[in-house]
Design a protein around this ligand. Structure first.
Ligand code: NAP
Length: 481
């Protein structure tokens, strides 16, 4: 059931930051899997670049070790050697002048050209400029940039302007790996490929939407970095915002990059400012391990490791339907889902205690990606008209059978999209800026009020105040387990 693999065109992909964590853990394993599957052609070449003084063999040895760590044992077969043959390396300091002429001579004509900026954003400008001034990047080259894309509107605008000096918007691929997830794309397929849902997808029939990205882990190990951003910058402004957009957007007239991104942008622009009473911020306590402030090594930190909020989208489709978002670290379980709760039937013909419930469509991003729709049916048996909820379950692992393991992960799909030149699942510059324009006043409000996050127990569902945010509207959060 998994679609046929169509090889992409031959390419030269330069990974700046090729020795870093992201390259070792995600980018190169993703490329290897595409190679093993026959999608990455033999002629493709990957050139790692970083300051470390390595030669090509040294780099291959590093990546071989990374594969042992990050690939499943059964994936590390005889294809690894063949893949590593495709790897090259050049020591290049993004801020220096050495290595660029050598890089230029390695780039081939007639193949797709892509540059992955897997380094901190402070180096994006230097890389873009040197690729340009050394005459390396062609006018059809693609650059891939990672999050964080700015930490507020001003810095995002500055980054966009820097990149725009040397690259056209059609060449820039801003990655949000949530958009590469199978279920996220399936959300669009379900909405726009079926006649069933779209007529109901509005304030008349939808009671509310919940979007959850809960993590079991804390910020230990990267606490000092995380403390400068917090859940709002790290998760809401990008990942949750993207999920919200895909759930709420109007049907684009075509499944094409700008048509889809125009509709997402309209959703962000229609978001109402959020009142302080509609936001709950939290920090995990150290009941069974280090607390947030211990992990962040900042005893008086006011950064949130949890956030829950109620959003309103001011347009005809959604007026009056709240969207509840929550994300947090050290939660009861690792779970990401979008849940659409439909309204009750306008009139029930059944007894009040028959057990009729509203329909719920849940789109699970992790774990076990899949979609289920709860529908009410009659409880089997002679016990009268008793009603029961049953899920119409579309767990991919079950629907796809043994092929489910081969569903590519987000990075595999997104990197292949870069090579194919398809920007649909990448954020456009104006989208990112609009998201920051909405986020900034909220964060500024916290700073002005010296807002202090509420404590919550590690391993719980978040602060009590977040439960109240729902209870006061007569609703409840979905259980995290
Ligand atoms: P990292 O482990 O610190 O790696 C940074 C890489 O950049 C290394 O290869 C480093 O190698 C290279 N580098 C640093 N300064 C350089 C310079 N002046 N010139 C050339 N290369 C330089 O960071 P990472 O975790 O891989 O993250 C890379 C980027 O992806 C960051 O922007 C991060 O926010 C983003 N990101 C990471 C993840 C993740 O899971 N890791 C997830 C999402 C986004 P040398 O020291 O040898 O130069």
């Amino acid at each position: 059931m998994v679609s046929r693999v169509i090889p992409v065109d031959p390419f030269d992909l330069v990974i700046f930051g090729g020795t870093g964590d992201l390259a070792r853990r995600k980018i190169l394993p993703a490329l290897y899997r595409r190679y093993r599957d026959g999608q990455m052609p033999e002629e493709a070449r990957i050139i790692g670049a970083a300051r470390s003084e390595l030669d090509a063999d040294g780099y291959r040895a590093e990546i071989r070790a990374a594969f042992k760590e990050f690939l499943r044992a059964e994936e590390c077969d005889d294809q690894v050697d063949a893949f590593l043959e495709r790897l090259d390396y050049l020591p290049i300091d993004a801020m220096g002048e050495g290595g660029w002429p050598e890089l230029k001579t390695k780039m081939r004509d007639g193949v797709t050209q892509a540059f992955y900026f897997s380094v901190g954003p402070s180096l994006f400008g230097a890389l873009a400029e040197r690729l340009h001034t050394n005459g390396i990047a062609r006018s059809d080259a693609r650059i891939v940039v990672e999050k964080p894309f700015g930490r507020d509107l001003g810095s995002a605008k500055a980054l966009n302007a820097t990149l725009a000096q040397h690259f056209d918007e059609t060449q820039i691929y801003r990655i949000d790996h949530y958009l590469g997830k199978e279920t996220v794309q399936n959300l669009m397929a379900i909405r726009f490929g079926n006649v069933l849902f779209e007529p109901l997808w509005n304030a008349q029939y939808v009671d509310h939407v919940q979007i959850t990205v809960a993590e079991g882990v804390g910020v230990g190990g990267r606490g000092a970095y995380y403390d400068k951003s917090g859940a709002m910058r790290d998760m809401v402004q990008n990942h949750l915002m993207q999920l919200l957009c895909l759930t709420a957007m109007e049907p684009p007239n075509k499944f094409e990059p700008d048509a889809v991104r125009d509709e997402k942008l309209k959703v962000i622009r229609a978001l109402q400012p959020v009142a302080p009473a509609d936001i709950v911020r939290g920090q995990y306590n150290g009941n069974d391990g280090p607390s947030y402030v211990e992990d962040a090594e900042t005893p008086d930190s006011r950064t949130e490791s949890y956030i829950a909020m109620k959003l309103e989208i001011a347009n005809w489709r959604w007026n009056g339907t709240p969207f509840y978002l929550r994300t947090g670290k050290r939660m009861k379980a690792r779970k990401s889902e979008i849940v659409v709760t439909f309204k009750d039937t306008p009139h029930s013909i059944f007894d009040e205690d028959a057990g009729q419930r509203a329909n719920i469509l849940s789109i699970r991003l992790q774990p076990d990606e899949g979609i289920d729709l709860s529908v009410t049916i009659k409880e089997p048996g002679p016990g009268g008209m008793r009603l029961v909820d049953v899920p119409l379950d579309m767990t991919f692992a079950e629907a796809l059978g043994p092929d489910a393991e081969n569903v590519p992960d987000a990075y595999e799909r997104l990197i292949m999209d870069v090579i194919r030149g398809n920007q649909t699942l990448f954020m456009r510059g104006d989208e990112v800026e609009a998201a920051w324009a909405w986020t900034d006043p909220i964060i500024e409000g916290w700073t002005e009020r010296r807002d202090k996050p509420a404590g919550y127990d590690a391993g719980s569902s978040g602060p009590e105040e977040a439960l109240m945010l729902m209870h006061r509207d007569g609703r409840r959060w979905r259980d995290l387990t």
